[in-house]
Design a protein around this ligand. Structure first.
Ligand SMILES: [Zn+2]
Ligand SMILES: [Zn+2]
Length: 252
């Protein structure tokens, strides 16, 4: 049995996309709560980051890219590049200082401005997380499911990152949590927009592929490599293996 047979009609697939979009949004909020609860172990977040990096890269290259080219032809490659640089522009050009993980570089933050621009950059990225989930489900249940998994794995560290950025830029704990909730809302907005723009999936999917490549290879992998523990680097391979195993089970 394939996932596509399991979820036959596009309408019910869009409902599933919305439910999974809400789940991803909840993971953003959970990540925000992590920074506010000192007693919760933050080590787990790094595991999600490493697993997510491997899973996302494998999903982007082996699943999202080929489907994009099948839908949009050679035009897909240029759209992938656009998706990649949308995130680069908003996270790393517009924001003066940004990286995934706990923000401890308080010296880089001018109160208010830096935190707010990083929040804007991350909002654009999370909006495309939602666009990617919905675009996947517009193509097939399998593609939607695999994109959801890829995105879900980095959603908790993402919420943690934004809450941490807010605290480092001098905002209150309440504002930090609101920022994580805001990222969740941006994710759901991405799903809803694609529910309205279903016919544009041939553009949205390749752009999502570029965004996913950026988040995995440029945001997550460098954070994994900052860890002295080589087990973290090995977890990236486990993420790749998980993606390959799901392909064997559900999509061969
Ligand atoms: Zn920093
Ligand atoms: Zn994300």
């Amino acid at each position: 049995m394939t996932l596509a047979q399991f979820i036959p009609a596009p309408a019910s697939r869009m409902l599933l996309a919305l439910l999974l979009g809400l789940t991803a949004a909840a993971a953003n909020i959970l990540g925000g709560l992590f920074i506010l609860h000192r007693e919760w172990s933050r080590q787990y977040l790094k595991y999600f980051l490493a697993l997510g990096a491997g899973f996302m890269l494998a999903a982007a290259i082996l699943e999202i890219l080929p489907e994009s080219v099948a839908m949009a032809g050679n035009r897909a490659y240029f759209l992938v590049l656009i998706g990649y640089f949308i995130v680069h522009f908003f996270e790393h050009t517009l924001a003066p200082h940004f990286h995934f993980g706990e923000e401890t570089h308080v010296e880089h933050f001018v109160p208010d401005h830096a935190g707010i621009s990083a929040l804007l950059g991350l909002s654009i990225h999370t909006f495309f997380d939602g666009v990617a989930i919905a675009s996947g489900f517009l193509v097939s249940g399998w593609l939607g499911g695999i994109i959801f998994m890829a995105i879900a794995l980095h959603k908790i560290p993402e919420g943690f990152t934004v809450a941490s950025l807010m605290l480092a830029s001098g905002q209150s704990r309440r504002t930090a949590l609101l920022a994580a909730i805001w990222l969740g809302i941006a994710t759901v907005a991405g799903v809803l927009l694609m529910g309205l723009l279903r016919t544009q999936v041939a553009y949205a999917l390749p752009i999502s592929a570029g965004v996913t490549l950026y988040v995995a290879a440029t945001d997550l992998v460098p954070e994994v490599n900052r860890e002295p523990d080589t087990r973290m680097a090995l977890l990236v391979f486990l993420g790749v293996a998980m993606m390959l195993a799901l392909g064997k089970i559900f999509h061969s």
